[in-house]
Design a protein around this ligand. Structure first.
Ligand SMILES: Nc1nc2c(CCNCC3CCCC3)c3[nH]c(NCCc4ccccc4)nc3cc2c(=O)[nH]1
Ligand SMILES: [Zn+2]
Length: 376
């Protein structure tokens, strides 16, 4: 019996909140959970080198089927020996299946049983993506964790639309499994949909769990719904997911949502937020968000965050970073991106420590107080 490519090891459960401390083992190394995964859409986590990412402790990064299919093309990445070789990253890689990106990047799309017809967001060409095509691309990329091809419906969505969408996503998941060429080298995660409807989340989970994927994601969230809706959906969805497999909440990356997701049993998170807001000079700090272009930092020679020990905070001042960002100096983007990624990667390290000490609830209250989140 060959070893399965993805294995989840549950280390302990927080006595105060039920959050889990675990390890995910992959063909390209293991990483502890709960974990925040930096996003590298175009085969690079923008402005970060692999050495930067290793230095900050990243054990897994994300990339994307849709983007790499269009540029440079999955064939070129395959000829390079796969994405790990192409981008010189020897740790774990997870690729999203492209479904979400089609909906968020492209207009003029039609969804059919066979797949999705849409236009290339770069040049308007007609394109078609199906479960089989998405699996072929991820196979060429050689990612350690692939995502099933799914539909992420808009929020809000009518119950009837959502029911039809969930049933099609389940049929697509089965087609992905059938099209899976290397089940012993690449793990394939199913994505649970169903919006805010408990009955549909149950149906989606039941369909996908019966297909025995090595891991599962909660999709269809972080699409504009209020935070309390996300938390409620997680409360009735994570218990439906196998406890001995990884649970991945897609597209979630604000500090409060990471902590609240971990408390509700989520192990893996990703979001473009930290790198995206870094590029316009918005920083996450232990006292809340800081907009470094603000004139009040012109003569502030302290670090972005005095409680942060990252490369940026140990070596550069708010005044200097404000100057670089205002002058569009690319070094400024590196410094702000590094800090924001480090902030979330380090936050999850502190979450894991709080779980070890059975005090994640206290940690949440302290963090929310300092950061300025309300504490419902
Ligand atoms: N397959 C699939 N992917 C989803 C994603 C993409 C996750 N990141 C992929 C990376 C791989 C490469 C690109 C990203 C989501 N992202 C979000 N919210 C992001 C919201 C957000 C957007 C921008 C800034 C801040 C927040 N909800 C998501 C739901 C789904 C889903 O159901 N199915
Ligand atoms: Zn810092």
């Amino acid at each position: 019996m060959s070893t399965l490519p993805i294995r989840y090891e549950l280390i302990k459960t927080c006595k105060q909140t039920g959050a889990r401390l675990g390890i995910v083992h992959t063909p390209h190394g293991s990483f502890e959970t709960p974990v925040f995964m930096p996003v590298g859409t175009l085969a690079t986590v923008k402005t970060m080198s692999p050495e930067d990412l290793k230095e900050m402790g990243a054990g897994i990064i994300l990339s994307n089927t849709y983007h790499l299919w269009l540029r440079p093309g999955n064939e070129i990445v395959k000829e390079a020996g796969g994405l790990h070789k192409f981008m010189n990253w020897d740790r774990a890689i997870l690729t999203d299946s492209g479904g979400f990106q089609v909906f968020s990047l492209s207009d003029m799309r039609t969804i059919e049983e066979e797949g999705v017809h849409f236009r290339n967001h770069l040049n308007g060409d007609k394109l078609f993506l199906s479960p089989e095509k998405a699996m072929q691309i991820q196979n060429d990329l050689g990612s350690d964790i692939m995502m099933a091809f799914d539909e992420c419906p808009p929020y809000p969505a009518e119950y009837d639309y959502m029911k039809k969408s969930v049933e099609r996503t389940s049929r697509w998941a089965e087609r992905c499994l059938k099209a899976h060429k290397r089940p012993n080298e690449q793990g394939l995660f199913g994505i649970i949909q169903g919006g805010e409807y408990e009955e549909l989340r149950k149906q989606s989970a039941k369909d996908l769990v019966s297909l025995d994927f090595p891991g599962y994601a909660v999709g269809g969230l972080s699409v504009g719904e209020p935070k309390d809706v996300m938390n409620r959906v997680l409360e009735f969805t994570t218990p439906l997911m196998p406890a001995h497999k990884p649970r991945y909440l897609m597209g979630v990356g604000s500090p409060d949502s990471l902590i609240d997701g971990a408390i509700r049993g989520i192990d893996m998170f990703d979001c473009v937020l930290p790198t995206r807001i870094a590029r316009n000079g918005t920083l996450m700090t232990s006292e809340g968000r800081l907009v470094v272009k603000n004139a009040k930092y012109a003569r502030d020679f302290g670090p972005l965050d005095e409680h942060c020990d990252c490369y940026t905070c140990r070596n550069y001042s708010r005044a200097y970073i404000r100057h670089l960002i205002k002058c569009d100096e690319t070094f400024g983007l590196r410094l702000t991106s590094y800090h924001n990624l480090y902030f979330l990667v380090n936050l999850m390290k502190n979450v894991r420590q709080a779980i070890r000490e059975d005090r994640l609830g206290d940690f949440r209250d302290e963090f929310f107080e300092k950061y300025g989140f309300n504490k419902p």
